[in-house]
Design a binder for this molecule. Structure first.
Ligand SMILES: *[C@@H]1O[C@H](CO)[C@@H](O)[C@H](O)[C@H]1NC(C)=O
Length: 593
């Protein structure tokens, strides 16, 4: 049916259909586009349905996407209800809660325990034994490991031991979050004791170590951590309560004293970590003469800094809580408040005030007015790894021991032989003598009988007294004979004994000479190590140091007392230095990992 709109004047806006050339119906005008529109709309609906379904599936599969998906799905219609949900992606931290306090374990303060590992496979069982023994609540400790430049099976063994630790049936055993980071830094120095501790390798090695520490920390430090504890894998003995013990001091950075046990022939024990020290004028003067990029490393003849070292101040009977302000810190065991790192203090992988790595870290922390403290009488023990020299010497000693054992055995056998042929013989002789005597007696008796018969024939009466006298004389002669024999035997024995003693003396002399040589060698090294002209300066500086402290909360009496303690410590240190110098190698080997 044709429709048209006619204007009042009868004029149609559209030509009528039919015969009319312009008969285009209005309804035919729109529908032309209708199928396209419908198709488009259908497509849109389909897309929405498919999209909705897939979102719904994703919603089911990946829960963590929900917060993102909900606003999308609800098209912003339920913004008020989705507010709480979207908060899940926004975390708020109040860092004033993680400042670190002296009773951290009561306040559930989290600790990040960082351990750099390099070819440390052999140390891992010991390290995990320490971890199991730590008394600080394990669930409050997150572990962070950096495995770098390792050629052994460190990584695999680490995974194994971590799996075992975290799967322990004792609910107190498993630790918090664990991060294992693998990254090589191109440490080319061999990890054996000689190469690791050689002077030439130090600066470069320390800079790479510094990088490793920074990588490890920056990748694993979370806003939840109040403390960072750096602990090497090759610590042999340490109190199980070490975290609480160090924390109690409430210092920004704190380290224990680090020694190492030695075999008896090397003196039994020795200071190990020489990187914890107080600054000295000598060292400052030395630093001024050095190139901008130079790195001073402690414990080497090349740099005689004459600094008071924490290690030398140790008194085995001293108060474990005694504190000493230090400038450089060693890395074997450092407890630090996390805020120190948060504020930008780090392990310089470049020369910072002529120091790098942990020593640079200590200096930097002090530069930022943090407290840096060492405990001279609170000691942990580093593993003793014999140097090539030590190994050689021990082999020599082993050989000598074997020789001595062999000699002793021979000696014993000889003594036994002597006993058999000397002591017993006495009995034997007695027996023999008796037999002989008896034989003699019968012989004599017969002779006497014959004689008497003859005498009788000759009419001579023998005096009985005379007879017994002769008999006695004979006995005496026999005894003298026996005595002579015995004396001869004794002489022979003495001769042999002398021979043996001579040998023994020669051996002792040899031993003494060797020891003397060893001592001279060490003395020479230690002289090199300490060619410092005026000791006085060091003392003065060390005594002055308390003035540099932030001692606002201390009364003058306490200060004076502290100064007194310090003076005494310095004195003790001098004595100790002498002692240690005398009995041990000046350690190139002190240097840390
Ligand atoms: C851990 O404690 C056990 C039991 O007291 C002890 O045998 C072991 O030596 C300790 N481990 C370390 C590394 O001190």
């Amino acid at each position: 049916m044709n429709r048209h709109y006619a204007y009042p004047n009868g004029y149609s806006a559209y030509p009528r259909g039919g015969g009319g050339t312009f008969s285009i119906s209005p309804h035919k005008f729109q529908p032309r586009s209708q199928p396209a529109l419908r198709r488009r709309r259908q497509l849109l609906v389909k897309l929405l349905v498919v999209g909705g379904i897939s979102l719904f599936i994703l919603f089911l599969i990946i829960p963590s996407w929900r917060p993102f998906l909900i606003p999308t799905i609800s098209l912003g219609l339920f913004t008020s209800s989705s507010d709480d949900l979207s908060l899940e992606t926004v975390r708020y931290y109040d860092l004033s809660e993680t400042q670190g306090t002296e009773m951290g374990w009561h306040r559930e303060e989290r600790v990040l325990l960082c351990t750099p590992l390099r070819d440390a496979q052999s140390h891992l069982p010991m390290f995990f034994s320490h971890l199991r023994n730590l008394t600080y609540p394990h669930h409050l400790i997150d572990l962070a490991f950096l495995v770098s430049d390792s050629k052994d099976d460190t990584l695999n063994l680490l995974s194994e031991m971590l799996t075992e630790l975290q799967g322990d049936s004792d609910p107190k055993m498993p630790y918090g979050e664990i991060s294992v980071i693998e990254k090589d830094f191109g440490q080319k120095v061999k990890q054996d004791v000689e190469s690791r501790h050689g002077f030439a390798a130090q600066a470069g090695r320390r800079k790479l170590m510094a990088q490793a520490r920074n990588w490890l920390l920056s990748a694993t430090l979370r806003p939840t951590h109040s403390w960072v504890y750096w602990r090497d894998a090759d610590v042999q003995t340490a109190p199980f309560t070490i975290l609480e013990d160090l924390m109690r001091h409430d210092k920004d950075v704190i380290v224990p004293n680090v020694w190492r046990p030695l075999p008896d022939w090397l003196g039994g024990e020795q200071p190990y970590d020489l990187n914890s020290w107080q600054e000295s004028d000598t060292a400052l003067a030395l630093a001024d003469t050095l190139d901008e990029d130079a790195v001073i490393v402690e414990g080497y003849a090349e740099y005689a800094t004459w600094r008071p070292h924490l290690a030398y101040l140790r008194d085995p009977y001293g108060d474990a809580d005694t504190e000493m302000e230090i400038d450089g810190v060693g890395g074997v065991s450092i407890l630090s408040k996390a805020k120190v790192f948060r504020s930008g203090v780090h392990f310089p992988a470049f020369s910072f005030e002529k120091h790098a790595e942990t020593e640079g870290f200590g200096k930097m922390a002090r530069r930022m007015d943090y407290s840096v403290v060492g405990l001279p009488h609170y000691t942990i023990w580093h593993l003793y790894e014999p140097s090539v020299d030590d190994i050689r010497h021990m082999e020599e000693m082993e050989l000598e021991k074997k020789q001595r054992e062999q000699e002793e055995k021979e000696e014993e056998a000889r003594q036994q032989l002597i006993k058999d042929t000397f002591n017993n013989p006495e009995e034997q002789w007695a027996k023999d003598g008796a037999v002989v005597k008896k034989m003699d007696e019968t012989e004599e008796a017969r002779e006497r009988e014959i004689q008497r018969a003859k005498d009788k024939e000759n009419g001579i009466e023998r005096d009985l007294e005379e007879e017994s006298r002769i008999e006695k004389e004979k006995e005496r002669k026999l005894a003298v004979e026996r005595e002579k024999k015995r004396a001869e035997e004794k002489e022979k024995l003495k001769e042999e004994e002398k021979e043996r003693e001579k040998k023994e003396k020669e051996r002792e002399k040899k031993e003494k000479e060797r020891e003397k040589k060893e001592k001279e060698k060490r003395k020479k090294m230690s002289e090199n190590n300490n060619k410092k002209p005026e000791k006085k300066n060091t003392n003065e500086r060390a005594v002055q140091r308390p003035q540099r402290q932030k001692g606002a909360d201390e009364g003058p009496a306490a200060k004076a007392e502290k100064e007194e303690i310090k003076k005494e410590e310095i004195k003790k240190e001098e004595i100790k230095k002498e002692e240690v110098k005398k009995k041990t190698t000046p350690q190139a080997e002190f240097e840390m990992d």
